[in-house]
Every structure is written in structure tokens, then in C-alpha cells.
Design a protein around this ligand. Structure first.
Ligand SMILES: *Cc1c(COP(=O)(O)O)cnc(C)c1O
Length: 355
């Protein structure tokens, strides 16, 4: 039986995408070859890479605006290093909203001074700090748009006189914002874009070539731009499946259309968390709640066993919270159908009726 997958990542993808990817493993485009065995320099794969890049820019409304899309390896974690190495000359400002921001800060410190301009670490990251000032004399400002582990999301981004850099690993392509306010966006594919193995980097070319250090080629954005994401062998299959998923998104009306559905799913679950006295949300302010990852706890731990039995019977998978938060986390990425969230809500109500 196909399960309802609420996992935070690697995560759910549309069933249609899985089917097409599975067929391509056996025979790609009637070529008599598997997508896994063709050259990354073949016409067939170059077309996939081009499509993946152009769809990324198109869906974010960033075509013809001086941006490049790259599909790199090493995960978002490598971007923590690479972005600082390529952009940090003397000082950078970071907003610390969780484990991932914290890691990004630590990596950037290898390259220069990092000012943590605000942090929500004091409350185990259960809110988004606001009303901070970004100094003018920094090389860039870095934030994390969605905090996958804690279930918080930035709903507004600061205006700054410095390039904005954003880790959008867990909410890219989920909501319509003005993406042109960012100079660099990056996202590990495995949350809301595709399978693990590739990382999307969207970069405004005009911010490059401003640091004085020598950068090893493999970590230099210019190398990857020059070679159109083929500087080294790309993660062929991960890029292919990401491309299929972006095509799926475009066919469904793109980011604006999916945002409506994402909001509907989130509203449904959060209203149950608030209504049902057996549950409480982890995030302290409603306006900071993530539409992608909803974190919540049982108000009484003695209900843990019956709740988890009901979840299992319903075929709900991947609901356990991250170890640094505990409780539960329902990840409701683009591919998650409303029906799966409805089912989760029904299980929460069933638990209430049983007790
Ligand atoms: C998962 C995640 C990361 C880490 O991604 P890797 O691809 O495993 O390096 C970074 N940032 C955010 C917001 C994430 O959700």
C-alpha cells in the first residue's frame, strides 16, 4: 500500500514523476539506453540540464534578469562554504533561525567576520526574530527562508543595501515571493524539488568577482557558470528527476497555484492543532508558522502509543519530529495531496474520540 509520506526530506514527490523516472531508468526516450548510463555530454542529457535550468528560472520569475541557474553537488551544506568563499571579503551579516543557519554561520567564519544580527536560539528557535538592523558595510546578508527542523518560516524579507542570500532548501517553489530581491538563492533538491544528490543555486552574476582570495575551481561559481553546470559530472539522475518535478509544477499552474494548495493544507492542519486539546503547536507565534513543516506535540505523553498506532494503521509515515525538537513534524511539500493532510487530521480527531 502506498503510504502518506510526511517526511521532511528526502521527501515525497508526485507519483507521476516516480513513474516517469522509473521508465527512464529502463529506457530513456526510446534510445535503448537507461538515463543512468548515458553520457552527461550527450544531446539527450544536455537537453535535460537546459530544461531544468530554464524551468527553475521561469518558475521563479527570474528569466532574463541577469541570473544563472546551476545544479551542483555537495548539498546545501556545501553552499554554506561556497557562498562565503565566493562572496565574503571582510564582513557578512547572518540571521540565525535554526540549526541550518547556525551551520552556515560557522562555515562562513572560515572566510571572514560574521555578525549574527539576530537569533532565536534563546527559545530553541521557536520564533523568527524581527526588527533587526542590517549594517550597510557588510558584503551580504544571509537568511534561511524556512526552518525545516523547527517549522518556522520567514514571511517577510528585510530591505537591505547589501545583496540578500537565502537558503530556500525547504520552501523553494512553494510560494510566490519577489525572488528578484535575492542575489543568491540555494536549495538542496531533496526537500521540495527532487531527489537527494543535487543542489539548485540561482545566482545574480553581477555579485561575483568581488573577493580578492583565490578560489579553487571546483568551488568557484564562475567555473560552473562557464561550463553550464557540467564542470564535473553532474548528478545526472537527480537533475533529471528534478526537471520532471518542475515540469509537473509548471503543468499545475506554477508557484502561485501550488501556493494556494499549500496554504489550504497548512490551514487545515494548524486549525486542528489549535482546536484539538490533545495537541499543541511548537512555534510560539502564528505568523511564523511554516506552511511546509508543521511542528507539534502531544499535550500528554501517555497518548503517544495510541496516537502512533492510529498513524500506523492509517498508513501515515515520516511524522516523527527532529531529535532537537521532539514531538511531531508534518512536512507538507508541494507533492503532498490535500487528502493526506485530511487523513492526518482525521487521525488526530479519532485519538480525541478514543480518549
Ligand atoms: C536539509 C537542509 C539543509 C541541508 O541540506 P543538505 O543538502 O543535506 O546539505 C540546509 N538548509 C535547510 C533549510 C535544510 O532544510
Amino acid at each position: 500500500m502506498k503510504k502518506h509520506n510526511f517526511s521532511a526530506g528526502p521527501s515525497i514527490l508526485p507519483q507521476e514523476v516516480f513513474k516517469e523516472a522509473a521508465a527512464a531508468i529502463l529506457d530513456y526516450n526510446n534510445s535503448g539506453l537507461s538515463i543512468l548510463e548515458i553520457s552527461h555530454r550527450s544531446k539527450d542529457f544536455i537537453a535535460v540540464m537546459e530544461k531544468a535550468k530554464s524551468l527553475s528560472l521561469e518558475l521563479l520569475g527570474l528569466e532574463n534578469k541577469g541570473y544563472q541557474a546551476l545544479f551542483l553537488q555537495g548539498g546545501a551544506s556545501t553552499q554554506f562554504v561556497m557562498l562565503a568563499q565566493n562572496l565574503l571579503e571582510s564582513k557578512a551579516a547572518y540571521l540565525n533561525t535554526g540549526t541550518w543557519s547556525d551551520k552556515a554561520i560557522k562555515e562562513a567564519r572560515f572566510f571572514g567576520e560574521v555578525i549574527e544580527i539576530a537569533s532565536s536560539k534563546d527559545k530553541n528557535y521557536n520564533y523568527i526574530p524581527k526588527n533587526y538592523e542590517i549594517p550597510d558595510d557588510v558584503d551580504y546578508f544571509h537568511c534561511t527562508s524556512n526552518n525545516t527542523i523547527y517549522g518556522t518560516q520567514l514571511k517577510e524579507f528585510p530591505k537591505a543595501n547589501t545583496p540578500l542570500v537565502c537558503d530556500m532548501s525547504s520552501d523553494i517553489f512553494s510560494r510566490n515571493i519577489d525572488f528578484s530581491q535575492f542575489s543568491l538563492i540555494y536549495a538542496g533538491a531533496q526537500k521540495n524539488m527532487g531527489p537527494a544528490g543535487t543542489t539548485l543555486v540561482i545566482i545574480k552574476e553581477s555579485i561575483l568577482n568581488k573577493v580578492s582570495r583565490a578560489i579553487p575551481n571546483i568551488l568557484n561559481y564562475n567555473s560552473h557558470i562557464d561550463k553550464e553546470s557540467m564542470y564535473n559530472t553532474p548528478a545526472v539522475f537527480a537533475v533529471y528527476v528534478s526537471m520532471l518535478n518542475l515540469q509537473w509544477l509548471k503543468a499545475r499552474g506554477g508557484v502561485a497555484a501550488i501556493e494556494k494548495q499549500n496554504n489550504e493544507k497548512a490551514a487545515l492542519l494548524y486549525s486542528e492543532i489549535d482546536r484539538n486539546s490533545l495537541f499543541e503547536g511548537f512555534v510560539s507565534r502564528d505568523e511564523d508558522r511554516s506552511a511546509m513543516n508543521a511542528t507539534f506535540n502531544l499535550t500528554d505523553e501517555t497518548f503517544k502509543e495510541p496516537f502512533e498506532t492510529l498513524l500506523k494503521e492509517a498508513g501515515i509515515s515520516g511524522l516523527n519530529g527532529h531529535r532537537s525538537v521532539g514531538g511531531y513534524r508534518a512536512s507538507m511539500y508541494n507533492a503532498m495531496p490535500l487528502e493526506s493532510v485530511q487523513l492526518l487530521v482525521e487521525v488526530m480527531q479519532e485519538l480525541e474520540n478514543k480518549i
